[in-house]
Design a protein around this ligand. Structure first.
Ligand code: SAH
Length: 393
């Protein structure tokens, strides 16, 4: 019999609501031998079936839920169906061209909590944030290779995840060898992606549409692209007719990628500066510099609920500097990829900044990640990326 995890009375509501994370505090007891990574049934305190998931006694997320159908096994057939469904969405979105790139599987957003797969041309990059699916990685690689013929599949690991989940994985090939540096085509522009050594899984695919949306407003402007990584926002803006772009990042490796990308797209007028963004913006404020737009795309500031207050202070500081640097009628593009921080909280910071600096701020667009990063309505935390485009008076 499948082991059962019993939830405390009064704590079952989110799971009936199809939220996939069962934190340890919601668990009353476990019946039967639940091994780490094994299938378990989540049941109410009266013993009624709620959902089927994978157990991990070493994680605060004691069970990750995958099926709300009583008796459905989380076997190969199940995995194949979920993966096929994920690939079908990317086909619908027109994102399966051979030289393109997209997020193929977006964890909770695709009903596969703990699994992220990106496709760069004919290579796949796979990342696990949960032990259950990580233990099934060989099968998942096989199923992926069946669904999306590819040259190879490379495993990337995120720092810190090993400890949170009791996972011991390291970067390396799951299928094929080590991927060479690749050049992807994204809406008509070319970008270098180093899948084995780049940040995250190699490139920030989630900002694809936001870069375009911002670029449309930045024609003829001088743009400060803060936290630029491989240059996405600034390069797109320059291609659309921004007159000058200054990219700032703390990583030399990121900046050299950005320079290569500029050359690859035959774009000039871009300067890259290695600096801490906070210091660099501060220095430019003191110099009384002004720009037509400032893009802020910082890394995740809040990893857990406890980090939200500090993260908000960081976002507030960035906004305050950016607004000072923007000329009247210019734009601030504020991105936030902390799942724990809401769009409303960022908007509240904008309101405070407007009051502090006595400037009008108009919200032009409230955006999220591109469509290949679907958000599960049952798991609001999967709406991690916010991109607010604001006009400063
Ligand atoms: N805008 C990019 C993605 C940014 S990722 C794109 O469109 O692809 C965040 C970047 O911030 C990383 O490249 C990281 O090196 C950089 N970074 C993080 N903290 C920083 C800091 N304090 N100062 C400068 N760069 C920083």
């Amino acid at each position: 019999m499948t082991p059962r995890v019993v939830v405390h009375s009064g704590r079952a509501k989110p799971f009936y609501g199809r939220h996939p994370w069962v934190f340890v505090g919601a668990v009353q007891r476990t019946e039967g031998e639940a091994a780490d990574g094994a299938e378990v049934d989540l049941v109410s305190h009266t013993g009624a079936f709620i959902a089927r998931g994978l157990y991990n006694g070493r994680s605060k997320v004691r069970v990750r839920l995958y099926s709300w159908q009583d008796g459905e096994a989380l076997d190969d057939e199940f995995l194949r169906a979920r993966l096929r469904n994920a690939v079908a969405l990317r086909r619908d979105l027109g994102l399966m061209q051979p030289d393109g790139a997209c997020r193929l599987v977006n964890s909770e957003g695709d009903g596969l909590s703990g699994l992220t797969v990106d496709r760069y041309c004919d290579w796949l990059s796979v990342q696990f944030t949960g032990l259950g699916l990580a233990e099934r990685r060989e099968r998942i690689a096989e199923l992926l290779a069946e669904l999306v013929p590819c040259a190879g599949i490379y495993l990337r690991t995120e720092k810190g995840i090993g400890q949170l989940e009791g996972l011991s994985l390291s970067d390396g090939p799951l299928r094929g060898g080590t991927p060479p540096p690749l050049t992807i085509v994204e809406t008509g522009m070319r970008f270098m992606v180093n899948l084995a050594e780049g940040q995250k899984t190699g490139y920030y695919l989630d900002q694809r549409d936001n870069r375009l949306a911002a670029a449309r407003l930045l024609v003829g402007r001088r743009v400060l692209d803060a936290f630029c990584y491989s240059g996405g926002f600034g390069l797109r803006a320059r291609q659309h007719g921004a007159v000058e772009v200054i990219g700032i990042d703390g990583s030399e490796a990121a900046l050299s990628l950005a320079r290569e990308n500029a050359a690859l797209n035959h774009l000039d007028g871009l300067t890259y500066v290695k600096a801490d963004v906070f210091d660099e913006l501060d220095r430019r404020v003191k110099n009384r510099e002004r720009f037509g737009a400032v893009v802020l795309d910082p890394p995740k500031f809040a990893r857990a609920k406890s980090g939200v207050e500090e993260a908000l202070r960081g976002y507030r500081r960035l906004l305050s500097l950016a607004v000072r640097l923007v000329e009247p009628g210019g734009y601030v593009v504020m991105c936030c990829c902390s799942g724990r921080v809401t769009s409303e909280q960022i908007e509240e910071l904008m309101a405070q900044t407007a009051a502090d600096q006595r400037r009008d701020i108009q919200l032009i667009e409230r955006r999220g990640a591109a469509g290949d990063h679907p958000v599960s309505v049952s798991c609001p935390e999967s709406h991690y990326l916010k991109c607010l485009i604001a006009r400063v008076g």
